[in-house]
Write a protein that binds this ligand. Sequence first.
Ligand SMILES: [Zn+2]
Ligand SMILES: [Zn+2]
Length: 133
Amino acid sequence: MGETVSLECGCCSRTQELSIGSGMMYGSFSLDDIIKNSRGKVKKHVQALQNTGVVLSNVCEEELLACPRCNTLSTRFSFKLFDKQGECIYESIFNCSRCKTRLLPADKKLTDYCCRYCSSPSLSYSDLTGCWD
Ligand SMILES: [Zn+2]
Ligand SMILES: [Zn+2]
């Protein structure tokens, strides 16, 4: 189960919705589903791994990530693939769409980040926050 957090910017008044965690649908994700949700290079890479048959299991989630340089939040469909020995053989990596810095898991209070639209540090929780699955 995941949750939806809605942050409102006190400067530009825009809201940013973040769906966090692994919703119900991700529990039964197969490699085919992951390929369907991937694009470009990632998709080709996962397809190649699928063809070799080394992938035994996977973990998927809607991951909450932050750009260390812009100090903004975003969520991405992220996943890890494991082989028969339980070794992680693939982990999705994302870069900031603005500055191309590698995004890292968000580890601060969400209101300590900046608005992704106007970069102002004026985020607060809006009352739309709730659960999803
Ligand atoms: Zn703003
Ligand atoms: Zn950035």
